[in-house]
Ligand binder design. Structure first.
Ligand code: NDP
Length: 286
């Protein structure tokens, strides 16, 4: 079997084009504010990409770049100012923060209605309760990829590798909401290969290069590789051994070009939803 590739780059481009059309028809421009603290080089690239993508779909986008020495109180004051700013619909605090700043404190300071990363405990709680709220971007992107490939979810066994707040947990909640039977595995789980072989839908969000081997995959399964790992030789690989998986899976996402591009597209989608919801024009989607 040769897996069908799920092209996240192309789907993200279509999603952004649809968002741009919707924004062009609005009487206002949604506003996104990104808070970056310090000089982490990877964060600088991510923030620039988010800013560019936001402007391309017609949002007002601004980046607040604070020095690495910023005190927690000063960061919280800046977040409070963005919460109060009517031109700002979405706020995200770029992670990681410098070591002296507590990410959970910064995230909890964001107005949940503007929490376009979907990391605020209120939004996490809404998702866990099966209620509408702002949903983390990467898992949301994965659900788009599954829908685009018309992958049936009801009654299917989904195995999620990873239980982080950003990917694994919300991913499992979304799959549960889509009527999958969900197993969540993590670093203390026993016999990962046997767990994975049960999966009709396998989501790898672990951050370990090529951990998932071909013989862990049930023939014909849908395999979504969230991992992004840089090898010492500079190559970028996922959490799934791609050539082996391609020979077994029914559907497979490449790295790069799979889940990654969907994350930013979903950030834009969340920002538009937050903008509409704040104006009473729509409810944030579950
Ligand atoms: P975290 O490090 O926060 O979480 C990793 C999870 O994987 C943890 O739950 C951990 O278990 C589990 N884990 C680690 N090692 C193993 C192992 N050997 N076996 C089983 N489980 C293991 O990472 P993130 O969730 O933030 O990210 C995961 C990956 O996804 C990374 O490669 C990251 O770069 C990528 N990513 C990609 C995005 C995209 O847009 N494509 C966006 C966000 C992340 P435990 O909880 O027990 O420690």
């Amino acid at each position: 079997m040769t897996a069908r590739l799920l092209d996240g780059k192309a789907l993200a481009a279509r999603l952004r084009a649809r968002l741009a059309e919707r924004v062009a028809a609005l009487p206002f421009r949604p506003g996104l504010a990104v808070v970056r603290v310090g000089d982490d080089p990877a964060s600088a690239i991510y923030v620039r990409n988010k800013d560019r993508a936001a402007q391309q779909v017609g949002f007002l986008s601004r980046t607040l770049h604070l020095p690495a020495t910023t005190a927690e109180g000063a960061l919280l004051e800046q977040i409070a100012a963005l919460n109060a700013d009517p031109a700002v619909d979405g706020i995200l605090v770029q992670l990681p923060l410098p070591a002296h700043l507590r990410p959970e404190v910064a995230i909890a300071a964001v107005d949940p209605a503007k929490d376009v990363d979907g990391f605020h405990p209120l939004n996490a709680g809404l998702l866990a309760s099966g209620l509408p709220g702002l949903v983390p971007c990467t898992p949301r992107g994965v659900m788009h990829l599954l829908a685009e490939a018309a992958v049936p979810t009801a009654g299917r066994h989904a195995v999620v590798l990873g239980r982080s707040r950003i990917v694994g947990r919300p991913m499992a909640q979304l799959l549960l909401a889509a009527d999958c039977t969900v197993t969540i595995a993590h670093s203390r789980s026993r016999d990962l290969p046997a767990l994975c072989r049960q999966a009709d839908i396998l989501i790898a969000a672990v951050g370990r290069p090529e951990l998932v081997r071909g013989d862990w995959i049930k023939p014909g399964a849908v395999v979504i590789d969230v991992g992004i790992n840089r090898l010492p030789d500079g190559r970028l690989v996922g959490d799934v051994a791609f050539p082996e998986a391609a020979a077994r899976a029914g559907f497979l996402t490449p790295v790069p070009g799979g889940v990654g591009p969907m994350t930013i597209a979903c950030l834009l989608e969340n920002t538009l939803e937050a903008a509409l919801a704040r104006r009473g024009l729509a409810r944030a989607a579950a």
